[in-house]
Design a protein. Structure first.
Length: 354
């Protein structure tokens, strides 16, 4: 593998059809910041960061697990990640790729880095829910969030390989996506490891790590990531996992979401997966303090109250059945649209007391 520096731009790299050197990309950055569309400004900001003298980029985390924070990511790690992705998905030079994620966050920035380092031909599209609308080009590689895949379903045949990140893929969406000829992968990613360190084909159970990455679990049963090419220290996650071997693991849910009800451990994500084909609104299950059980399991649904069919509970084990259903007009969300469970439950209980 070639060892590239962050200032390196592959001679095959194209952006919206144009071949641009590092110097020209710097010039373009100023134009994008001054006159670009709203989604192009952060691309300009990133290009200036990428070609400056610092050896890191400051990146905002998406805040799934708390307040978004700025983390410093070494450019060298970003280059290594870009090369590992190209190896894993076998997408080397001349790959036609689509950027349709916001360049404010690491996933969008990394698509630019992959293109520059590996010599991809990259088109930029606004990070809207249906980024392929009005575009009939065929792409070798694209990254989307599950919502975009859902809204672009009719046009996904234009993408040969699609990676999905930034949120779980629901079983109903996974089932739909498996009917397509597109090769679709769900990724396991964190800002701290420069996007994905593992991926699995839609419909498969276990994630496979990217080259140079191995996994284990800690005393809590949470995933520990060893990825010296993209992170200086071992990354200890809050994700419960079953590790099959150093390169394969099954994700079970977040340790902070686990509910201990009457001494039985319940995994909300697994319960939600079973319920997802029966409830069309957004929902989640949560543990609420209970004097007898420690925590009791409740189902929280967004929108107007209605009666949920008992069919929804057929797939659940007896302990997984919610003790009550609560409705809330609107969920609390992070800036990137991820549901904040505890905040939402707080809203619910302040409303009830008011």
């Amino acid at each position: 593998m070639h060892h590239h520096e962050s200032g390196f731009v592959h001679p095959d790299f194209r952006l919206n059809g144009f071949r641009l050197s590092a110097e020209e990309l710097r010039k373009l950055a100023y134009d994008l910041i001054k006159e670009g569309e709203p989604h192009e400004k952060p691309v300009g900001d990133f290009l200036l960061d990428w070609f400056d003298d610092r050896d890191y980029v400051a990146i905002r985390t998406s805040g799934t697990t708390g307040t978004p924070k700025l983390v410093r990511i070494k450019k060298e790690h970003m280059v290594n990640s870009a090369m590992a992705t190209a190896d894993f998905f076998n997408e080397h030079s001349h790959t036609k790729a689509l950027l349709c994620l916001p360049a404010q966050y690491v996933a969008g920035k990394m698509m630019l880095v992959r293109a520059m380092i590996n010599g991809w031909k990259l088109d930029m599209a606004p990070p809207v829910s249906n980024p392929l609308e009005g575009n009939d080009k065929v792409y070798d590689f694209a990254a989307m969030v599950p919502l975009q895949a859902e809204h672009s379903f009719e046009k996904l045949g234009q993408v040969k390989k699609l990676i999905l990140g930034g949120g779980r893929v629901s079983p109903s969406l996974a089932a739909k996506l498996q009917t397509l000829s597109t090769e679709i992968w769900e990724t396991y990613a964190m800002t701290e490891t420069v996007t994905h360190i593992a991926a699995k084909r839609i419909g498969e159970v276990a994630f496979t790590t990217l080259p140079g990455v191995s996994v284990s679990t800690d005393a809590r049963g949470c995933l520990v990531i060893h990825a010296p090419n993209v992170a200086d220290t071992t990354v200890v996650t809050n994700d419960l996992a079953t590790v099959q071997d150093a390169e394969h693991f099954i994700w079970q849910g977040r340790v902070d979401n686990v509910i201990n009800s009457g001494g039985i451990k319940l995994y909300p994500e697994q319960i939600e997966e079973k319920l997802s084909s029966f409830i069309s609104q957004r929902f989640f299950v949560h543990g609420i303090q209970d004097d007898i059980l420690g925590e009791r399991l409740v189902l929280v649904v967004e929108g107007e109250p209605y009666i949920i069919s008992s069919d929804a509970y057929i797939a659940l084990d007896k302990y997984e059945k919610p003790k009550e259903v609560l409705f809330v007009a609107q969920f609390a969300e992070t800036g990137t649209g991820k549901i904040q469970r505890s905040e939402t439950v707080k809203i619910l209980f302040t409303e009830e007391r008011a």
